[in-house]
Design a protein around this ligand. Sequence first.
Ligand SMILES: [Fe+2]
Length: 113
Amino acid sequence: MTDEEGQYRFVTIRPGAYPWKNDYNSWRPAHIHFSLFGPAFATRLVTQMYFSGDPLLAFDPIFNCTADEGARQRLISAFDWETTTPGHSLGFRFDIVLSGREATPMESPQGRR
Ligand SMILES: [Fe+2]
């Protein structure tokens, strides 16, 4: 749940790249799937968050199906000292914009991995 300012936070293991059988020696870059629910199930929005500097981003057909470079950049989280916990965990910031020109790209209603 987001707080009254629309902020969220969770702690998890940073994911790694994984192979998929889309092509010979193809790998998905590290990512986290987000499924956002509004006031009703029908308002579900799905997207993926990536990590900056991942060399697999340039080769990933899912990431690159977002045609606009600026929009693709909005799918990449930013390392964040403010949310990094000393001796425990790195912090990353991923601001999700629901609408407008700077909206975070979302997957189609038909869905995809
Ligand atoms: Fe995945």
